[in-house]
Write a protein that binds this ligand. Structure first.
Ligand code: 13P
Length: 254
């Protein structure tokens, strides 16, 4: 595929997989994807499986991500996980501001921005998620909502940090519902996001930032979605939990 930006396809396992199940999954993915070079392949297991999965991917092209991270360093923050802990397991990416974290755990744009700065301070790469609900789309507020989330979640990032940030457009109504945004709907919002980045960080940075699409990505729709000019990868939930479907999403995108 002729795009300047390298595709990045990440599996967000969410709160799924025991250690044994996680190892089965990653060992299967290794058989299929260990040598893939055309696409950055990332898996984001739950914290409890990071140790095992990190050992399993040594020597392969599969990289590791976490699903969230504390904005703080070390200390009295019961239940939280710090950047320094993630780095012990060779984690390179951290998903931030997923709609489930925003909706269920009350994460705000300001908190996501703080976390993004902490992720960069640790030389990791954040995957910052944005996306509108169905009600917001139907009310014609998609751009307003996504624009506000973008602005608020990227506060304080330097252009250099922005270049090393991945964005994920995940329309909330398409997550886990089997309803994918049409390629046109996805491309429209991705182009809008890139225009906003250009306005805030400059054209050069905007051209380099990778923007993933997330929301019911499957092997059958991956090729068409990845073929859009401003879609630079996928953040995959349900279909990343099975070797066959995640491997086929990657292969169909190349
Ligand atoms: P699904 O692929 O299950 O719709 O989930 C998308 C998602 O939330 C990835 O972060």
């Amino acid at each position: 595929m002729n795009k300047d930006r390298k595709l990045i396809i990440a599996g967000n396992w969410k709160m799924n997989k025991t250690v044994a199940e996680a190892l089965d999954l990653v060992n299967g993915l290794k058989m299929e994807l260990a040598t893939v070079k055309e696409v950055d392949v990332v898996v984001c297991p739950p914290f409890t499986a990071l140790d095992g999965v990190s050992k399993a991917v040594i020597g392969t092209n599969i990289k590791l991500g976490a699903q969230t991270m504390s904005e703080y360093g070390f200390g009295a923050y019961t239940g939280e996980i710090a950047a320094g802990m993630l780095k012990e397991f060779s984690v390179r990416y951290v998903i931030l501001g997923h709609s489930e974290r925003r909706q269920i755990f009350g994460e705000t744009d300001a908190l996501v921005a703080k976390k993004a700065l902490a992720v960069h301070a640790a030389s990791l790469k954040p995957i910052v998620c944005v996306g509108e609900t169905l009600a917001e789309r139907e009310a014609g507020q998609t751009e307003a909502v996504v624009g506000t989330q973008l602005k608020g979640s990227l506060v304080g990032l330097t252009p250099e940090q922005m270049e090393e940030t991945i964005l994920a457009y995940e329309p909330v109504w398409a997550i886990g519902t089997g309803k994918t945004a049409t390629t046109q709907q996805a491309q429209e919002v991705h182009a809008f996001i890139r225009a906003r980045l250009a306005a805030q960080f400059g054209e050069t940075v905007a051209k380099r930032v990778r923007v993933q699409y997330g929301g019911s990505v499957k092997p059958a729709n991956a090729r068409e979605l990845m073929g859009q000019p401003d879609v630079d990868g996928a953040l995959v939930g349900g279909a990343s939990l099975e070797v066959r479907s995640f491997a086929d999403i990657v292969k169909n995108s190349i």
